[in-house]
Ligand binder design. Structure first.
Ligand code: NAI
Length: 369
């Protein structure tokens, strides 16, 4: 039997055995999350946190991450930060959706993946559509098919003959378009030919991005903790390999973080040598203050929640039954126009792009609310 705690309704006594956390209802300085659902199901091994940050613009839409967390509090923090990021991302992309995210705490040892995701699907269904899920780091289209057997509030599933499935190529396309626009406007490069791009993480998005950049003539420097992915990129794209611990400081024009969050933190930002940062990873900045440091160093950071919206645009259009490859490609390509507008606003306000983009998204959220 599932044990479900709806934190937005739970009293403090019920929550007292949970790990201590600044605020169970949201992140410091942020508008509170509307709802945070904890579900555990001993039969399947499921422990999941579904964070619904905002439904002001529509149902909360965001992927499901399967990950081994150091502790429950880290999982909760991740879910809250990612859900908040989805609200900003969906608002800036002008999608009719709010922001949410799910994390599944990866069970230790063997587990039945099908049962795990079926149980997760039932947790999603229990929210009756206020949260819509899709794949994210650690989960796949096959997992979403299993979720679909329990709920219709899921997307990112290949459809025979129709539009849908893995959103990663569209995420990569959005990042590519953002790099192209940023390079034109900030680096005065009319083409990507010869542009040096350092890619951190060669997973589903990073490898697609590498292919697009290589085809446009860029020179790649790559790192991944999985050596076979580095070898693949070197073989396919003539990329230069660098250690994962050094990629943030690569001698490059652009740094593209495409691994996990907080790659830009108090330890790394001062070593960034690229003049622009644009990548797929969610929550690249450990804090907005780290973005300020980059700005002071003359580094243009294009915020993740603006440039990596290609994937959510794809799964959102699929979910709405409006997906067609050409139309989604065109919609994702408009990320370039938003980057141009952001850079103009940032220059006019003399304010780092990360802060300008966040204020811009919050304006849109407030208008919807
Ligand atoms: P993935 O799991 O397929 O790839 C991540 C890659 O980063 C893996 O190859 C992993 O080995 C590598 N990695 C992990 N730690 C690393 C480190 N310290 N240094 C170098 N490499 C490291 O994930 P995916 O789907 O490519 O996503 C990448 C990022 O983009 C994630 O933060 C994800 O949340 C974000 N994102 C992904 C979207 C998508 O459509 N897949 C959409 C929007 C954001």
């Amino acid at each position: 039997m599932n044990a479900t705690t709806d934190l937005a309704r739970a009293d403090l006594a019920a929550a007292s055995s949970l790990p201590s956390f600044d605020s169970l209802f949201g992140l410091p300085g942020d508008v509170p999350h509307e709802r945070v659902l904890l579900t555990s199901d001993p039969a399947s091994g499921l422990k999941t946190i579904i964070a619904v940050h905002s439904t002001a613009r529509g149902p909360a839409f965001g992927g499901c991450r399967l990950w081994s967390y150091a502790d429950d509090a880290s999982a909760l923090t991740d879910a809250l930060r990612l859900a908040q990021g989805m609200s900003l991302k969906n608002a800036l992309a002008d999608l009719p959706f709010g922001g949410g995210k799910a994390v599944i705490l990866k069970p230790a040892g063997d587990f039945d993946r099908g049962e795990l995701f079926a149980s997760f699907g039932r947790a999603v269904q229990s929210l009756h559509g206020s949260y819509i899920t899709a794949e994210d780091v650690g989960s796949s289209t096959a997992d979403m098919r299993r979720v679909q057997q329990e709920t219709r509030y899921v997307s990112g599933i290949p459809r025979d003959g129709g539009f849908g499935g893995d959103p990663s190529p569209y995420t990569a396309l959005g990042v590519f378009v953002a790099i192209k626009t940023g390079a034109q406007l900030r680096l005065r490069r009319s083409s990507l030919d010869g542009l040096r791009v350092a890619i951190q993480g060669l997973g589903a998005v990073g490898m697609h991005l590498a292919a697009l950049l290589h085809a446009a003539g860029a020179k790649l420097i790559v790192a991944d903790v999985m050596p076979q992915r580095v070898t693949e990129a070197c073989d396919r794209f003539g990329a230069q390999a660098l250690a994962s611990s050094e990629i943030h400081a690569a001698e490059a024009d652009v740094l593209a973080p495409c691994a996990l969050g907080a790659a830009l933190n108090a330890t790394t930002v001062r070593h960034v040598r690229a003049r622009m940062v644009a990548g797929a990873a969610n929550n690249q900045l450990a804090s907005l203050g780290d973005g300020d440091v980059l700005h002071e160093q003359g580094v243009t950071l294009l915020p993740d929640f603006l440039v990596n919206a290609g994937g959510i645009i794809s799964v959102a259009r699929e979910y709405l039954g409006e997906g067609a490859k050409a139309a989604v490609t065109a919609e994702v390509s408009r990320i370039g126009e938003r980057v141009a507008e952001l850079l103009e606003r940032s220059a006019m306000q003399n304010c780092p792009p990360a802060r300008v983009a966040e204020a811009w998204a919050r304006e849109k959220l407030a208008r919807a609310a």
